[in-house]
Design a protein around this ligand. Sequence first.
Ligand SMILES: Cc1cc2nc3c(=O)[nH]c(=O)nc-3n(C[C@H](O)[C@H](O)[C@H](O)COP(=O)(O)OP(=O)(O)OC[C@H]3O[C@@H](n4cnc5c(N)ncnc54)[C@H](O)[C@@H]3O)c2cc1C
Length: 298
Amino acid sequence: MKPAPFDYHRPASLAETFELLDRYGDEGRILAGGQSLVPALNMRLATPRALIDINRLPGLDAIRLTTEGLLIGALARHEAVERSALVREHAPLIALAMPHVGHAAIRTRGTFGGSLALADPAAELPACVVALDAIIRVEGRGGRRDVEAADFFRGIYTTALEPGELVTAVVIPRAQPRWRFEFRELARRHGDFALVGLAAAARPANGALEDCRLVFFGVGPAPVRARGAEAALRGQGIAGSAAASTPRAEAEPMAAAIRALERDLAPPGDVHGSPALRRHLAGVLLARAVSTLVEEPA
Ligand SMILES: Cc1cc2nc3c(=O)[nH]c(=O)nc-3n(C[C@H](O)[C@H](O)[C@H](O)COP(=O)(O)OP(=O)(O)OC[C@H]3O[C@@H](n4cnc5c(N)ncnc54)[C@H](O)[C@@H]3O)c2cc1C
C-alpha cells in the first residue's frame, strides 16, 4: 500500500516546528528517522494531515557531556550512539543495549528521541533510560520541561508529551564509580523486538549487590521497575546462588527475587508467548544478569 496524501514541512528552527505543531494539532506528526512512522503510513495505520520533518533542525543530533550528565540529542541516530566513545564511557548500559535495537539498516536512520517518543513497550531504550534515572527533555511553545524517565512512559505508545511538544534530548547522569550494568533480552531472532528484556544497574560488593535497579521491558504496557526483586537482592550474599544462573536455583535470595517477579510483573500474552512463558523468561534473564553483576571487576 501507499500512504494517504499528506502535507510535508521541513522546518529549519524549533520556533517554526512549534508553529506547525500548533497549526495542525492532532493531525500533524513529527517525522524523525521514519523507521516506525513510515511503515505505519504505508499500511495506513497512521493517516496524518501533515508530516513535520525535524531532520534539518540544527544541533538536535548532539552527543556531549554537560554539567548535568551525558546529553544525547533526540536526532542522534542509533548508529551514532552505538559508536560513541562518550556513551561507552558514561552510559555503558546504552552501549550494551544498542546492538539489540533492530538491525544495522534500521539503526542508521532510527533516532534516540524517536524511540523514546514512540514508547513501544518492547523497545530497549525506554527501559535503559528508566534504569539510568535519566531526564527526558521536551520543548514546546510554552518552554522547556525536564521529565523524569520513570514518569515519561505512561502506557502502550503513550508518553507524558503534551500536544505541541517534542522530545529534544535525554540527559543521563554519568555512570558512578563501582556501578555495573547488564543488558539482556530474549527475542525470537536477533534484531526483533524482545519477548522479554532486562536493563539492570547495580553496585556489587563482597558477593552482594549493595544497590540495584532492575527494569524489565516487553512484560507490560511500559518499562517495569521490579522493586520486589530489587528488595530481595539488595544487601544479600548472592555470589554462590546467582552462579547457578537458572530460575530453578533453590538458594536464597536469588530464588526469592525470582518469586518476587510474580508480583512485580504482569506480562501480556500474545502469539509470541503466554504470560507464564514471559514470566519464566524474566526469571532466566534476572539470574543471568545478577550472576554477572555480582562479580566485582578484578
Ligand atoms: C524491522 C524493524 C525492526 C525494529 N526493531 C526494533 C527493536 O528491536 N527495538 C526498538 O526499540 N526499535 C525497533 N525498531 C524501531 C526503530 O528503533 C525506530 O527507529 C524507532 O522506534 C523510532 O525512531 P525513528 O527516529 O525512526 O522515529 P519515527 O519513525 O520518525 O517516529 C516514530 C514516532 O515518534 C514520533 N517522534 C519521533 N521523534 C520525535 C521527537 N523527537 N519528539 C516527539 N515525537 C517524535 C513520531 O511522530 C512518530 O509518532 C524497528 C523498526 C523496524 C522497521
